[in-house]
Design a protein around this ligand. Structure first.
Ligand code: THU
Length: 136
């Protein structure tokens, strides 16, 4: 089983390869799926700023393209800015995490230890796929 510490390590590693010419704010995410496989992604910015892809979206959509439909947990790490701040997923990413059933979000405390919260805490009363009978 992948530990929270290992997931944070994978997230920090992929963050070193973020493409961030505009913000210089490198973020990495590592998502563990229901089979125990880990999928990583970093933020990829764009000269047209709103076209930027967040690290979490990158990791989750990469997994989805491999056929993954259930992600249990995701770790998110930033390497720049105030490292005392947790890298909490943006609102849009919280919704993306909801789509694939993420239950646990792991961030990194300043001392390197995991700070774990539920997606329910980050996105209460979420709208999600349960609203439809869609085939996933
Ligand atoms: N960013 C992420 O990739 N994930 C987050 O959780 C927060 C923000 C990125 C988007 C942009 O490239 C940079 O961080 C600054 O907002």
């Amino acid at each position: 089983m992948t530990t929270p510490e290992e997931l944070l390590e994978r997230a920090a590693d992929v963050a070193t390869r973020a493409y961030v010419p505009y913000s210089s704010f490198r973020v990495g995410a590592a998502a563990v799926d229901s089979d125990g496989n880990v999928h990583t992604g970093a933020n990829v910015e764009n000269a047209a700023y709103p076209a930027t892809i967040c690290a979490e979206a990158n990791a989750v959509t990469t997994a989805a393209a491999l056929g993954v439909r259930k992600i249990d947990a995701i770790a998110v790490v930033h390497l720049d800015g105030d490292l005392g701040d947790l890298c909490t997923p943006c609102g849009n990413c919280r919704q993306i995490l909801k789509e694939f059933g993420v239950e646990t979000v792991i961030m990194r405390n300043p001392d390197g230890s995991p700070h774990t919260v539920t997606l329910e805490q980050l996105l209460p009363m979420a709208f999600g796929p349960e609203a439809f009978d869609a085939e996933r």
